[in-house]
Design a protein around this ligand. Sequence first.
Ligand code: ZN
Length: 427
Amino acid sequence: MQRLFCALILPLLLGACMAVQPRAASLDAAARDYVRLQLAIGEKEEGYIDAYYGPEDLRAEGKAIAAAEGLPQLSARVDALSGRIAGLQAAEPRRARFLLAQLTAAKTRLRMLGGEKLPFEEEALGLFGVRPALKPLSGYDPVLAQVERLVPGAGPLWQRVDAFQDRFTIPRERLQPVFDAAIAECRARSARHVALPASERFAMSFVTDKSWSGYNYYQGDYASKIEINTDLPIRISRAVDLGCHEGYPGHHVLNVLLEQRLVRGRGWIEHSVQPLFSPQSIISEGSANYGIDLAFPGPEKLAYEVRAIYPLAGLPTADAARYDALLTALRDLQGARFTIAREFLEGRITEPQAVALTQQYQLVSEARAKQSIAFTKQYRSYVINYGLGRDMVAADVERAGPDQAARWRRMEQILSEPTLPSDLRTR
Ligand SMILES: [Zn+2]
């Protein structure tokens, strides 16, 4: 109908119509090329594609491009596509801006795959669109002193913290019912504020031998596959944490909303592919972590856990409040992880030193410190996405004021729009 209208009216108006219609169509074509190109890069690095549920023919075409071309040719394709999209920005500026930011990350990742070593902050900026401000480790000493008061005694602080937390380990045979209950609660709390499609669903399984504690593999068609790593004992607070982070209102909800509103609703095919090393990830990890605070504001997490989760896990609740206070204090140490990652990745400290500093400044056992450093080796500056991403999403959402409904409305916008880190109002 709109095209016929364009063809019949005055040349002046015709010009105006032409300015919108074909450019939107060209952006659709550029978006298909973007998906194909991301899938081609994914052929060069295992794990680069976090999720893809778009057309199968694009996957095959991406494979064919990767088979015929090396990293420099793929990099040239990124440049050419970025140039094309930059010329199409007027039609749908926000859509184009998102694609350009994602392509900057792809270009950075290709440089890294080609062997280039970037300083930590530059790598983070190139991949995730944010330059983290890192503090020296000594800046975290006051937090250690505060934790010391919560867990007094002799011996290294990490040992006391670790031993205290071990008292809250969920017995292996109780994991399933505990997680089922926590996820159902996270879902119910999210569904009160965000309308989800009736067919949304996920499958959960327990796995071993991973460097992460949980992972959401989005399958498309509103379905997720959530894996929980049981290499190390799982403590009780992780049930609600992972239920919110991987599920509701975390990764699962983000993916469901992007599929429903952008991929299906607007035909923005670019959201059917999610490259792991891209600005999308800081939004995804940040919103997943802040989702815990949003779904369980203030004292609600502790109250819910004491009421429902502790009995299911068969654990006593006498020290539950102290455990909760400890976890709150430990959160202020999260930035130390980035500093340790930078020192390690830039070669100023060895792996055993990085493990020892992780024990000292994250207050964890050697086994947990080794898992943390294994993650840093595998994912590098991705580590900033959790703590920094959370703080950025929190700052933005909380600008909506103390009203919970208003905060959820802003969260829903962040989750369902092509949000970039630069869209977050952090000050
Ligand atoms: Zn995550």
